[in-house]
Design a protein around this ligand. Structure first.
Ligand SMILES: C[C@@](CO)(OP(=O)(O)O)[C@H](O)COP(=O)(O)OP(=O)(O)OC[C@H]1O[C@@H](n2ccc(N)nc2=O)[C@H](O)[C@@H]1O
Ligand SMILES: Nc1ncnc2c1ncn2[C@@H]1O[C@H](COP(=O)(O)OP(=O)(O)O)[C@@H](O)[C@H]1O
Length: 305
């Protein structure tokens, strides 16, 4: 049996460029891996079977559309072998929450099946397969903090000092990533700027954000957090504004929507403040759950004990 632990992500910068001809947007996507994560186990089996446990397990598709099952089939096809594996996901990452939970399970299944089947696939090849599964999957393999260019799949690790403390507030229900990108385009057209590659400048990583990460300074990082999808997520789910306000009123240094949402992320000064902000968020009634966590942490990795 192989057990792989894989982190969720928050985007500390999500710069969204224009809509490309292939339906994707060019990004300046600064991924940050947090300890809140899923565990994927792989055992020998017949065909690909999948089970899932955890508070949101009922919202996870168990058919061939699941990114973990797709990853197993893709890896087997690449090596020309039969995909025989029983996969289990122990799910802690909110589903359809903007924390790349499905992508994390896809990355974890690649690593788990590679070990179970004794394939020793080179890291570069795993990365190509990961990018085929989704824009966020390569980062779940890498972990840490990284700048994602292109549609988010072209990664460069970023230097970071120390540990940052976070609280994540889980909303009721999810938001569809394509729907949030479409709403971002709609808002840009409504504002008169247009939404195509020709009309929107290509975003770049913010030097102040990179300095804050390298310095390990949460106050500096708080001032530099940005998410170009936030207005779209709040437009589709106006109640998120109340959650964001509740967290900042409770003492968070900064609040933002995590990726395409609807999970909201709160950067806090330390672990003690994190507990207080999480309690206040729950008491505010503006979220379903509040998780205290930290990062950065490594990407998908086989557990040895
Ligand atoms: C927004 C982000 C931020 O990290 O993640 P989430 O917050 O949803 O987790 C990502 O860009 C999501 O990546 P991922 O969820 O892997 O998306 P994909 O499966 O590759 O694409 C799903 C759909 O999202 C839109 N999409 C995705 C990535 C991108 N750079 N531009 C896009 O327009 C497209 O409509 C695409 O068809
Ligand atoms: N292993 C998985 N875990 C969760 N969702 C998955 C998984 N595989 C496929 N999905 C599908 O992907 C959608 C997006 O889920 P998820 O990756 O959790 O969110 P997000 O894209 O917002 O980060 C879900 O609604 C679900 O239909």
């Amino acid at each position: 049996m192989i057990k792989v632990r894989v982190p969720a992500k928050v985007n500390v910068q999500l710069g969204v460029g224009g809509l490309r001809a292939d339906g994707f947007h060019d990004l300046a996507n600064v991924f940050f891996a947090v300890a809140l994560g899923d565990e994927v186990t792989a055992r020998h089996g017949e065909g690909v079977t999948l089970t899932c446990t955890g508070p949101d397990a009922a919202a996870v598709p168990l058919d061939d559309s699941n990114l973990a099952a797709r990853a197993a089939r893709l890896l087997a096809a690449h090596h020309g072998i039969e995909p025989n594996v029983a996969l289990h996901i122990d799910k802690a990452i909110p589903v359809a929450g903007g924390m790349a939970g499905g992508s994390a399970d896809g990355a974890a299944a690649l690593v788990a099946c590679d070990a179970l089947w004794g394939l020793d696939t080179p890291a570069g090849v795993l990365n190509v397969l990961a990018a085929e599964l989704g824009s966020d999957v390569p980062f779940a393999l890498l972990g840490g903090v990284a700048l994602g260019r292109g549609r988010g799949e072209i990664l460069a690790p970023l230097p970071v000092t120390g540990t940052f403390h976070w609280v994540f507030a889980v909303a009721d229900g999810g938001l569809s990533t394509p729907a949030v990108f479409r709403e971002c385009d709609r808002l840009r057209i409504e504002a008169g700027t247009g939404c195509t590659e020709a009309e929107v400048a290509t975003p770049d990583a913010d030097p102040a954000l990179l300095d804050a990460l390298a310095a390990g300074d949460p106050v500096m990082l708080a001032k530099a957090l940005t998410n170009d999808l936030q207005a779209a997520a709040v437009s589709l789910r106006p109640s998120l504004a109340d959650t964001l306000r509740a967290g900042t009123e409770a003492g968070a240094l900064a609040a933002l929507v995590s990726g395409s949402g609807p999970t909201t992320a709160f950067l806090v000064a330390d672990a003690v403040t994190a507990e207080a902000v999480a309690a206040a968020l729950l008491a505010s009634g503006t979220c379903r759950a509040a998780h205290v966590t930290y990062g950065p942490v490594p990407g998908a990795a086989v557990q040895t004990s």
